[in-house]
Design a protein around this ligand. Structure first.
Ligand SMILES: [Zn+2]
Length: 240
C-alpha cells in the first residue's frame, strides 16, 4: 500500500505527496513549492519524483523551485506537451507504463480540459490521479479540447474498476454538487451525494478522494447518456 497525502495549495488546489513502498516520495502537480517544502521538512523527507498532469500554472508552478532544492528529483510529464511543461526528465505518452520503486503507473491521455492532459493510474493500488479531468460531481472546463474529446476521455476513465480511488486536483465539490442537483433534481443518488458533500464541506473535511463508483452514480457528466447531453451540461455548468 502506498500512502497519499493531500497538501492544500492556493485557495482550492490539492497537491498529492505519495510515499511509495520503498520510501521514495513523489508529488503530483506541485502548483506551488512552499506547501510541499513544509510537508517534506515536517516529515524529514527527500523528493524523488515530480509528476505532472497538464501545463496549467496552478499544477506546475512549483516545479523548478522543488527541482532546485532536490536536484536528483525526476520530472515526469506528457511528451506531447513537453514544450509548455517544465523540462521533463521522463516524457511519457498514452498507454505508457512506468514503475517507481515497485509501484506501477499507467499513463492515460485525457484530452479535453487541455489537449495534452494525462492521468496516472496505479493499477495495483486502485488509485487514479486525474488532474483537472474529473472532479467530485464535476469535470474540467473545456479550455482547449472539444466536448467530444472530453466525453471520450471520461468514457476511458469509466472503464477502470469501480473501486478506483480518484484524486482530483481541486476542491470544487460544493459548487459541483449544487449544479448536479440543479441538473438532476429528482435523482436520489445525486441528492444523497449533494447532502454528503455539503456535510463534509461544512466540517472542512476534503471530499477528495472520491471513488469511480460514487462518480458514476452522482456525477452529472458521467450520468450524461451521450456526447450531446454531455456538451449541453458542460455549457450549462459554464454559465451556472
Ligand atoms: Zn487546469
Amino acid at each position: 500500500m502506498i500512502n497519499v497525502k493531500l497538501i492544500p495549495a492556493f485557495t482550492d488546489n490539492y497537491i498529492f505527496a505519495l510515499t511509495l513502498n520503498d520510501g521514495l516520495i513523489a508529488v503530483v502537480d506541485p502548483g506551488e513549492a512552499a506547501p510541499v517544502f513544509a510537508y517534506l521538512k515536517e516529515n524529514n523527507l527527500d523528493l524523488s519524483y515530480i509528476i505532472l498532469t497538464h501545463h496549467h500554472d496552478d499544477h506546475i508552478g512549483g516545479t523548478e523551485e522543488l527541482r532546485a532544492a532536490f536536484p536528483d528529483a525526476l520530472v515526469i510529464g506528457h511528451e506531447k506537451d513537453a514544450k509548455r511543461l517544465p523540462p521533463l526528465d521522463e516524457a511519457v505518452k498514452d498507454g505508457d507504463k512506468f514503475t517507481i520503486g515497485d509501484t506501477d503507473f499507467d499513463v492515460i491521455e485525457t484530452a479535453g480540459h487541455t489537449i495534452g492532459h494525462i492521468c496516472y493510474h496505479l493499477p495495483q493500488e486502485h488509485i487514479l490521479f486525474v488532474g483537472d479531468t474529473l472532479f467530485v460531481m464535476g469535470c474540467g472546463r473545456l479550455f482547449e479540447g472539444s466536448a467530444a474529446q472530453m466525453y471520450e476521455s471520461l468514457t476511458k476513465l469509466c472503464a477502470l474498476d469501480d473501486d478506483t480511488q480518484i484524486y482530483c486536483a481541486h476542491e470544487y465539490s460544493l459548487a459541483n454538487a449544487t449544479f448536479a442537483l440543479h441538473a438532476f433534481p429528482d435523482n436520489e443518488e445525486v441528492k444523497s451525494a449533494h447532502f454528503f458533500v455539503e456535510a463534509l464541506c461544512e466540517d472542512g473535511i476534503p471530499t477528495v478522494p472520491t471513488t469511480l463508483k460514487a462518480e458514476k452514480l452522482s456525477n452529472p457528466f458521467l450520468l450524461a447518456k451521450d456526447v450531446d447531453e454531455f456538451a449541453k451540461l458542460r455549457s450549462e455548468k459554464d454559465n451556472f
